[in-house]
Design a protein around this ligand. Structure first.
Ligand code: ASP
Ligand code: MG
Length: 439
């Protein structure tokens, strides 16, 4: 069995839903995980905003606009009055349900219920469309099997058991549709796997049924070797190790959600990134198996809005416990450190969350002289760069020879070299790296 996930844009209009239906309606058995139609979850968030602010009128306005939008989708998607009527009945129920929240006190558990509606709607619409097309399809309710434990982590045992039970109810089915993103928490309340969590759902489902493969369908032909918005002539990377994908995920290589990597990696299930617009394109395969030509640099990525903090202190020389004290300050302000470089008399770290920057700086001053560089950018070179292989670092650093570099980090894993530079040098750096590494 394969697991296929289609994101919000892939099901973002009646037209796109029909394309997805054509891709899934025959072939080997599969579970198809859908996001909400693009924009819907944001609209649901807007509704909850109004409800928190005790403005039921605002909420109702947005609900009505959403209902109008869906009425258009219904007209365009279905060919028969029967399925239009059936889907309208369903949607009417959903929208009246949403309106019912405008009458009471509003709490976070109700917010979760509202956010779940987007996926409930998209999967119902797709299932009805497939039925109208004469395709045999089973709608699997994610709320019956997807669950988090009391730490908010997916409860893998529960998911495996309940999903198997759901599948067993339809032993002859070849096509199952289910909701991404939504789940229940340890108390059985409706919850979700955080924004963008549909990839995570697909990965968890794949792991639970030990799927042959997990396919993440978006509208780009795989993960590119550099940022196509900045650098010309980027190309898709054909193969990545999970470790490499994990390094890239931090850099918002948007096409795969970071949480999706772990379950698939542990269950040893390859993840393929495919393009709904060009279904025959090869895309990117992420797996645990190095390809024969694996030892090379595969991709470059960058992240802006980075702040670098340097703590310099003679007290650090030959002392122990200095780094712990420094790190504890960041921990106490729940600020995660991304890049780090040390020397005998100083340490530099980067953060991307500056909410508590001032408090952190004040506390750090107990331990040394503190300085800050704003508007920095991490550029990261990713590949299978086992340290005993020579030349990778030299090549990457050579490409950066005209660019002022604030920090360099290599050796934290075999899979990345990171450079901290000024945001204003990012474009130049990415272009130069692409030219030297990939052309
Ligand atoms: N619909 C959810 C969101 O927009 C989940 C997803 O699309 O992955 O965040
Ligand atoms: Mg999405």
């Amino acid at each position: 069995m394969k697991v296929l996930k289609f994101g919000g844009t892939s099901v973002g209009s009646a037209q796109r839903m029909k394309q997805v239906a054509a891709l899934i309606s025959d072939g080997p058995p599969k579970i198809v995980v859908l996001s909400a139609m693009s924009g819907t979850t944001n609209t649901l968030v807007e509704i909850t905003d109004y409800l928190y602010k005790k403005n039921p009128e605002g909420a109702n306005d947005v609900i009505n606009q959403l209902a109008t939008k869906y009425e258009r989708h219904v007209c365009e998607l279905y060919a028969t009055d029967e399925y239009r009527a059936e889907t309208r009945r369903f949607l009417h129920g959903q929208f009246s349900y949403l309106s019912s929240f405008t009458k009471d006190v509003f709490t976070p558990s109700e917010e979760k219920v509202i956010l779940a509606q987007g996926e409930l709607i998209s999967t119902n619409m797709m299932t009805n469309y497939l039925k109208e097309q004469g395709v045999d399809v089973v709608l699997l309710p994610a709320l019956e099997f997807m669950r988090t434990d009391k730490d908010g982590e997916p409860d893998l045992e529960y998911i495996r058991e309940k999903l198997q039970a759901q599948l067993a109810l339809h032993p002859d089915a070849d096509l199952y549709i289910t909701q991404g993103f939504i789940c229940r928490n340890a108390f059985g309340e409706v919850d979700n796997l955080q924004r963008g969590g549909s990839d995570y759902s697909a990965s968890l489902i794949g792991a639970a049924i030990q799927a042959e493969e997990i396919q993440i369908w978006t509208d780009i032909d795989g993960m590119h070797n550099n940022d196509p918005r900045i650098v010309e002539k980027t190309t898709p990377v054909r193969h990545l190790l999970f470790e490499e994908a994990a390094e890239l995920a931090y850099f918002g290589a948007k096409i795969l959600h970071p949480t999706c990597i772990q379950p698939a990696k542990f269950a040893n299930i390859p993840v393929r990134l495919l393009n709904t617009m060009v279904p025959s394109a090869e895309g990117t395969t992420i797996s645990n198996i190095p390809t024969t030509d694996s030892a090379h640099i595969k991709a470059v990525a960058a992240k802006d809005n980075i702040t670098a903090i340097k703590i310099k202190s003679g007290r650090m020389l030959l002392a122990y416990g200095f780094l712990r004290k420094v790190f504890e300050i960041f921990e106490s302000y729940q600020t995660s450190i991304d890049m780090i470089c040390t020397s005998e008399v100083g340490v530099s770290v980067t953060i991307d969350n500056t909410r508590h920057l001032n408090e952190i700086l004040t506390d750090l001053k107990q331990y040394g002289t503190v300085s800050v560089d704003n508007d920095m950018c991490i550029v990261c070179v990713v590949g299978d760069m086992e340290w005993e292989n020579i030349g990778f670092e030299a090549k990457a650093i050579d490409a950066m020879c005209d660019i002022p570099i604030r920090m360099i980090s290599y050796g934290g894993s075999n899979y990345n070299i990171s450079f901290l530079i000024k945001e204003s040098d990012k474009k130049r750096a990415l272009q130069s790296l692409s030219e030297s590494l990939f052309s």
